[in-house]
Design a protein around this ligand. Structure first.
Ligand SMILES: CC(C)(COP(=O)(O)OP(=O)(O)OC[C@H]1O[C@@H](n2cnc3c(N)ncnc32)[C@H](O)[C@@H]1OP(=O)(O)O)[C@@H](O)C(=O)NCCC(=O)NCCS
Length: 161
């Protein structure tokens, strides 16, 4: 039986952690960065996306010691936390890892000042949309990105049970 372990980090992750996340993100289906040959460039883009954010939370899932999933969020607004990026390796999906990562992220948010969580996903990302809706997110809007992808903006009030 596979043993799943979780590790959580607050604040800007160390470079080696960002590189591990970048390498994992490249393996995930459905992410724009899949296929990007340069792990360092993706890790750097990630770091830049977190720079100056007073709130950063990262949760990693290890399956028998292998980094199998992550969830990364950020904020510069004490009221709202953005669940920014994440995913689970295909081989480890539908075992509750994505749900567990989301639960841990939300539990951490509830220890902070946030009243809301937000996230974006593409309109055709059914697994992520379903998981988010199950977790109490509601659709706050849609917009088209660079005329190609329709993004769905989701929001969740932390005042709800
Ligand atoms: C979305 C994702 C993170 C879900 O991870 P996961 O570990 O497979 O999710 P879980 O096993 O915790 O699933 C929780 C629930 O979500 C729903 N769900 C997950 N994947 C689903 C799928 N492919 N189809 C339908 N429902 C799905 C189910 O209700 C599931 O509960 P169940 O298995 O008890 O029925 C994963 O599919 C993924 O990494 N996708 C690619 C990366 C990505 O899209 N990241 C987000 C970018 S915004």
């Amino acid at each position: 039986m596979t043993t799943i372990e979780y590790r959580e980090f607050e604040g800007m992750p160390h470079d080696d952690v960002l590189r591990a996340v970048a390498a994992l993100a490249r393996e995930l289906d459905g992410l724009p960065e899949r296929g990007d040959p340069d792990v360092s460039a993706y890790a750097e883009a990630c770091r830049v996306g977190l720079l100056g954010r007073p709130w950063v939370h990262l949760c990693l899932a290890y399956a028998d010691g292998v980094l199998a999933g992550y969830k990364l969020g950020r904020s510069d607004d004490p009221r709202t936390f953005e669940s920014w990026r994440g995913g689970v390796l295909e081989a480890y999906r539908r075992r509750g890892i994505g749900r567990n990562l989301a639960e841990r992220q939300e539990a951490w948010c509830r220890t902070q000042t946030f009243g809301f969580m937000t996230t974006l996903t593409s309109h055709d990302n059914r697994p992520m949309l379903i998981l988010n809706l199950q977790r109490g997110y509601y659709i706050a809007g849609t917009f088209s990105k660079r005329g190609r992808v329709v993004n769905v903006a989701l929001e969740k009030a932390l005042t709800d049970s």
